[in-house]
Design a protein around this ligand. Structure first.
Ligand SMILES: [Zn+2]
Length: 244
């Protein structure tokens, strides 16, 4: 066995390992969840967007994280929580803009009132795995944990925003992942169970799925009665039997 042959074998094995681990990480396990039985309320993306209330407040292009950013075609959505009990979405926007968070950045921060967008969606952030696939391919959404907030409203806002982004970028539900998925970090902590995805994460995914179905649902057709909306009395002929 020559040294060159051994070297080539090791190199090939190494390449194969990298390829396997990359393809594995790019295909998260499907999450089992109970389909929400809430009746679907059809909405367009603009309608749901108005419920999310997105405010764009971009970091400067010359800021440290944005100078190091690359262009991105989003394939995943990574859900985080801030682990900060004293700052809402606008305060996080200020901290990002004044450089208080160093090289970190992400795309959205949601609180009970609005979602602030910090960087364009075709640009990488640095929120998941120090420049790994989580950063290179995912939109990062931080959910606030500020003291006294209405948590269900924060989760609903993040779930609606996620559904809109899924539809816009054709991202499948299994590619909506917790930060935990990339590094094993306990994030988003309020939606993990003993530091891992469990029933709370499944519940959140069921809400994302629900809002995604709302975006796909067609509004009920408006029935017409001789050119008038249903229920408008017709001037032609008597009312049908049994309608009074
Ligand atoms: Zn995180």
């Amino acid at each position: 066995m020559s040294f060159k042959w051994l070297f080539n074998q090791l190199a090939l094995t190494g390449v194969a390992c990298v390829m396997v681990s990359c393809s594995d990480v790019m295909r998260p396990p499907a999450i089992s969840f109970k389909i929400a039985d809430t009746p679907v309320v059809p909405r367009s993306i603009p309608q749901m967007g108005s419920e999310v209330r997105v405010k764009q407040d971009f970091m400067s292009k010359s800021s440290r994280p944005r100078r190091k950013a690359s262009s991105m075609s989003p394939k995943f959505i990574t859900i985080h929580s801030t682990a900060n009990r004293s700052a809402d979405a606008l305060q996080h926007a200020r901290a990002l803009k004044n450089g208080a968070l160093g090289s970190l950045n992400w795309h959205f921060t949601a609180d009970e009132n609005l979602a602030v967008q910090h960087i364009p969606l075709n640009e990488t952030g640095r929120h998941a795995d120090k420049g790994g696939p989580g950063d290179r391919f995912s939109i990062g959404i931080e959910m606030c944990e500020v003291r006294g907030q209405n948590c269900p409203r924060v989760y609903a806002r993040a779930a609606k925003l996620t559904a809109i982004l899924m539809k816009r970028y054709n991202i499948p539900l299994r590619n909506v992942v917790p930060h935990y998925y990339w590094t094993g970090k306990n994030c988003p902590a309020p939606l993990l169970t003993n530091g891992r995805p469990g029933y709370k994460w499944s519940w959140f995914i069921s809400r994302v799925d629900y809002y995604r179905r709302c975006l796909d649902a067609k509004p009920a057709p408006v029935a017409v009665n001789n050119g008038r909306p249903a229920g408008t009395p017709s001037r032609i002929g008597p009312p049908p039997m049994g309608s009074l």
